[in-house]
Every structure is written in C-alpha cells, then in structure tokens.
Design a protein. Sequence first.
Length: 752
Amino acid sequence: MLKIKIKVKHLVLSVLAIAVALPLLTEVALPYWNLYYARQQAAAGNIRGGQGIMEALDGSLFTEKQKLKLIRETMIEGAMAPERMRASNYDLYVGPGHTQSHLPNRTELFRTEEKVPYLEYYVNQAPIDGYWSQAVKHLAYVYDRKGLPEEAIRTLEEAERRLTAKGFANVRQTLVIRRAELLAASGQVEEADRVLAEFAYRQLEGEMNSSGEIARMRARVWIDAGQSRQALERFSAELEEANSLPAASANRQVFIHQITMLQELLQKEEQRLEAGRTIVSGTLRRSDGTPIVNAGVFLREESIANRSVTEQDPYQTTTDASGQYTFYGVTPGSYQLYLGMNFDQISGWTWPIGNDEWTIIDGQPNVSLPVTLYPLLELFSPVNQQTLSGPDIEFEWERVEGAAYYNVNVGIGFKNGSGSTTLQTHVENNRLTIQAERLYDQVFGLSYETERDWASADPAGLLGFSNPDNRFFWSVEAFGADGRMLTKSSGYRLDDDSIGNLPFFYMKQRTLTEADRLVQARHYEEALSKYKKALENDPNDVHALRMVIRLLQSKALVMKDESIQETLVPYLKRMLEVRPEAVYASALAEYYAGKRDWAEYNTRIGLYDRLRRSPLSSYELSVRGKTLTQQSRFDEALTYFEQAMRQDGSHRFVGLYLAVEIFTDRSMEDALRIAKAYPEHFVGPPQRNWVRLVEAMGEESAASSQAKAYMDELGEKLEWVFQGDEERLRSWIAATRQDGMKEFVRAVMAVR
C-alpha cells in the first residue's frame, strides 16, 4: 500500500492558502466569471445576459474605464441606440390592407427604462467622441419615448455645453439639430428656429459652412408645423431688415445668406402645396381615453398601400404626448391610414378597421381621421387546446355592447403559414352551434408550391376539419348595425392581463382512413383511387365523396387542366343529393356559368340561395351582377351592382357596373356620377381611373359629328364584352381610331 506523508506545517500552509484564495475567488474571479457568462448569454440572445451585465456595472470591482467600455459595447454600439423613432423601429404595422410584423434579429437585452442610469453615467463620464454623441442622442430618445420631452431637451442642451473646442463642430451640429427637432415636436416652433438660427450664424462666421443643412432643417420646422406661409412672411421682413444694415456690418451677409436659402426652400414648399392644402389630423387613443404616445402614423397613397411601410413613405409622423398627429399639405388622392406600434402598445387591443377603408383627399382644407383601439373580444369555448368528440360544436364568446351581429371564422395551420375561412356571418347571438359535418364541408384556400406538380399541394387544406391530427383555431368579429366592425378576438396578447383564452381546439369525432393517410403522405392519385373504390362499395359514403371532389378540384387548379372540371360534375350532383350544402351548389353554379349554360346555372344558384345561411357577400353580389349581365338581364344586374358598391370599399367591379349603365342608358351622365361616387381602389397595378375613362369617351363623343352613332357603336362593343366575344373585340381594338372608346372597352374586359 502506498503511503503519503504530509508534514503538519505544510498542511497548515495549504489550509491558509485555500483560506486566502477563497475570498479572492469569491470577490475577484467569480465576478469576472459571471460577467463572462453573462456576455456569452447576451451573444446568444438570452435576455438573462442583460441582467448579468447590469450586476457587473452596479458592482465595485470594475474600473470606470471598464464600465464605460461595457456600456458602450452592450448598450450603444451598432443599432442598439437609435436617436429617433423611425418606420423600421416598430414591432407591428396595422392598416386596412394588411398587418406587418417586424421582428428584430436579436433579443433586446435591456428594457428601455433599465438603460437610463447607465446612459447617464456614460454621458457624464465618457470621453467626447462618436460613441459619446450617440449615447447623448439615445438618452434623449429614451426620455422622449418615456413621455419626458423636457428631459430629452435638457440632456442635449447640457451635452452641448461640454463641447467647447472647435474640433467638435460636427458633433455639436447633430446635437443642435436633434434638440430643435424635439422642441418643434413639443410645439416650441419659435424656440426651435431660434436654436438653429443661433447655431447657423455662429457657423457662418467661420467655424464651418453648414448653412445649407441648417437652412433645410429650419424650413422643415416651419413646414412640419404647417406654417410655411407665415414663415415666408416673417423671413421676408427679416431680409428687409438685413438689407438695411450697413454694408460693413459683420452680420449683414450672414443674415442675407441664411434667410435667402430659407425663402427658397419655403417657396418650393408653397408651390408644392398649391396642388392641395389639406391638413389631415387625428388622435390615437384607446377606448378608455388613454392616448398612445410615440406611435407611428403613415398616410399611404393608393400606389404604395399594398407594400410594406418604409422610411421612404412620403407622409409619416409620430403621435405626441396626447396621442395627436398631423400631416400638412396633403395632395389630392386616395389614401389609407397605417399605424406603427410596439407590441406593448397594442397588446390586448385592436384597431377594428375593414380591408377597404379609404380616405379621399380632393382639396378640402381639413380632414379628421381619429383612431380608437378597442379591447380584444374574449373567446369562451372551444379554447386552450380543447378536444371535441361530440356530433355538435358550440362556439361561444363574449357579448359586445352595441353589436348587432358577429362573424365567425375558422382556420387551420399549413406547412408555410395558416389559412382561415368564414364559417358563418351575421350571427345575432354570442354563440353558434354547428354540426361537425358542417365543419368537414368547410373549404380552405389550397396551398401549393409548384405549378403542375400536384404532390406540392399541402394536404392540410384538403383534409381540413376531417383530420383529427390537425389543430384548429377560430376567431370572431363584432359589427354594429351600420356594418362597421366594433372589435374582434384575433390580435396580440402578450402580457398576463391580456393573454386570455387561446383559440385552439382539436376535433376527434373520426379516425383517419387508409385513403386519408395517403393524402397526408401526398400520394394523391392513390388516395383518389381509394376514395372512388369506397364510393363503389357505399355510394352514400359522404367523406369519400367529399374527398373525391376536393382532390379533383385541387388537381384541376394545380395542373391547370380545365378538362378535370367535367369529371367533377357527377360527384357534385351526387353530393347535393346526399348532403345538400351551399358550398356544393355554389361550385356547380360556377361550373355552369363558365359554360354559359344559363338554365342549369339559374337552377343551381337558386338552390344555393335556399341553402346558404349568410347574406351574399359584396363579391357574390358583384358576380351575381356579372352573370345577370351575361344573360342580358340588365335591370336586375344594376340592382346587384349597386348593392355591391355600397358594401365593397374596393369597388373592384365598378367598371362592369358602368358598362351596363352606359349600355342601357346610352348616356355618359349617370355613368360619370357612378364613377365619381365609387372610385376603384385596386391596390397595385393596374390602377384604373374610371372617371377619366368616361370623361375621355364623353369628349370623344362630343367631338364626333354623329354622337348617336358613337353611342350605338359603343353599345355594340359592350355587348361583345358581355357575351365574351373576345375574337371580334381584339380585331376591333386593333383597327379602331376611337381611342377613348377603345381604352374604356379594354378596361371593362380586364374587370375580374
């Protein structure tokens, strides 16, 4: 056995060494290790890293130089320290056309308020350089975001006092400009201009020539305040005063140079405003009266409304401490309002706005667009991953004060997103009982990746609610008697107070068949054969019949093969015999409309009207008007078009409405009135201005020696459009010299 001998004095020394090392380990090594670990967590995007960094900064072990370096690296460098709120800074953008989320590529390690003491320390102690300037502007930004603009202005002013050397002229200029911006934003326009003017004259006297940028900023202050005309009058008087100074006066040329530049900029603005002097303003508040401060507001022209919000949007601003915003000098056109907000501003709330809400600016002096956020509607059942196995599903939700009816929507998840569809509209109570079989009939939009590759179709939408493995979701929208949305259940719930019930559930009324599993595996041809075999064995197998229809419909769509539609007809007819539901009557009516078999179409559309449980949508009203036009039932068509225009804010079928009106009336007068009342808002190209198209025909007709013959020719060409005679239309378009008539007819042909 190996024996180890240790002398007592060596043992004592070892114990003493450990005793000395332990405090060193605890007080020196451990903090460094904790900081190292915190920075590793921070680099990995773990928010706990921020807490560790703050603990290191609050301790006494690190030197001032080390702390400043740590603050710079974790709170100031890169994109971590914005100086003003920009379009790209918001988490969420909400508008009539779409909702856009902006998720940062990194995790924010510190809450805004947590950074304040460390930024103040850095601003007071750090050497003056680019990082110091960035820290000053970011600290001012933080104060401004917290609703403390006076603290933000004070921070910038105190920082400017530290800049005594001439070498810091560029840094001083950025601080002065930012202070002026904050002063102007808080309503202190005169003070903002004074600060900029004082700086400009000092620079013009020899430190550096920045008069151009400062002049632009001074002009911007007055323009943003809507006072460009008043400023022009003011500076004209000041220019006269400067010109009256003695020629040898040191300030004479300084004044003249700066004021002349300002006048030029303001005159350009006045010229731009000649096209329209409309002021658009409003207040963004919650329904409890709380203002939303520092939210982004974007007034978006029709040509860009379908795109993401960007820094280049021409009309953008932020709400002030009372939630107010203003746009000056808005030119005529069609606009949609979009909001930019952070998640904490909208969590638990929603802006209940329709998809096609537009504001028409046509030269009126003032337009008010107030925005109110309302609490999200609460769902009661089914929620929180509830499993349903009974034959009926009861949807229940919170009753909303003032609601005349509710729309209920259901959805499923796809591989690359999700899809939803309307289950039922105009539900008068706050509950809806639905048979599981009705949910199986719900049709979702087909998701596929590659044209003419049937296997690329997502099976989730094909099986829909008949798949017990799918997780489903639902939502509700509440509407007033005037048809305006009051609130809805879908939105962001990101804090404990607003999280509510989750709208997810499972349906376990059935088990998957062998054919269903083939669909899941995307073996669609094999699945189709299995379902057809099942129908041979049992002609009343509703699920097999439903899946044959879905598979054939998907194949026709993905493969671009219209001949498949022919094979669908007997299955749709059989389904209407065993399960008469509106969705199948609609599909059959659509098929016969494409064939222009109006006897069969009218029979099927009549059945659809008897089976449907909701009023016709604006799109259905428009399509009904189109099919009646194709049958030469013009008076009935006009009635449907008028109803559709009142419901559909996009007015996508207004061109066809105008064509029928002109065809029946042989006049431009009523058509022009309709075109002005219902401008088409087609987001993105083509953008058709029906007023101009009708006016062009009116001018062309008036210039013609035979106005009646002109209208008769137009009527003939419109009849060709109604009957789908595209060959004759193409020949005529190539030959005619009636440019106004040609452009109108071509535009009507493109209405879809």
